[in-house]
Design a protein around this ligand. Structure first.
Ligand code: KMT
Ligand code: FE2
Length: 184
């Protein structure tokens, strides 16, 4: 089950939890209000037939999907990829991940540029908005398998910080200011 917390400012091993002292947890509601990150809990044993994931895909227009395995054995250019996932960056589209097995940390910046660490494991699906600065790391288990989704043809290109002049960054800051209210 997903948990999120504010990180300490210690630059030791990125795979450790990096809690503050005392720990400062962030609820899923607060995570959304502070960052726009959305969360879905999916049953990993029944998702192929229970319709929950299918509804999310349909509602949100996720037309592309594949799977990524991050481990020394399975990920080509492992060291290089792990390093680039952890460089602070943003994308012009949402980053959608549904964890099937293993675990890891997605770190996102809040409005005051503080890192919030989101610990994901099997059954956790997260949507990282376009334009938010973020990064990913494996934890000490060194393994994650996840589905990736995309609206249309996938673009995995990261724009490392600073990318403040990008339209998607400006859009994100605008939504953040408005508190992520949906305007239909
Ligand atoms: C759990 S997915 C691995 C990380 C990743 O795909 C990314 O950071 O883009
Ligand atoms: Fe990313």
């Amino acid at each position: 089950m997903v948990k999120a917390w504010y990180m300490d400012n210690d630059f030791s091993d990125q795979r450790l939890e990096h809690h503050r002292n005392p720990p400062e947890f962030v609820s899923l509601d607060d995570l959304y209000k502070k960052t726009g990150v959305e969360y879905f809990n999916i049953n990993i044993n029944t998702f192929a037939t229970d319709g929950v994931l299918d509804k999310i895909k349909k509602d949100r227009g996720y037309t592309y999907e594949d799977e990524i395995v991050c481990s020394k054995e399975c990920l080509p250019n492992y060291e290089e990829k792990i390093k680039s996932f952890f460089e602070e960056h943003l994308h012009t589209d949402e980053e959608i991940r549904f964890v099937l097995d293993g675990s890891g940390y997605f770190d996102v910046r809040d409005a005051s540029d503080q890192w919030i660490r989101i610990a994901v494991s099997a059954g956790d699906m997260i949507v990282i908005p376009s334009g938010i600065y973020h990064r990913f790391t494996l934890d000490t288990n060194n393994f994650i398998r996840a589905k990736r989704f995309f609206i249309g043809e996938p673009v995995w290109l990261p724009y490392n910080r600073p990318a403040d002049d990008m339209p998607c960054r400006k859009d994100y800051l605008h939504k953040l200011e408005k508190g992520f209210v949906e305007v239909n």
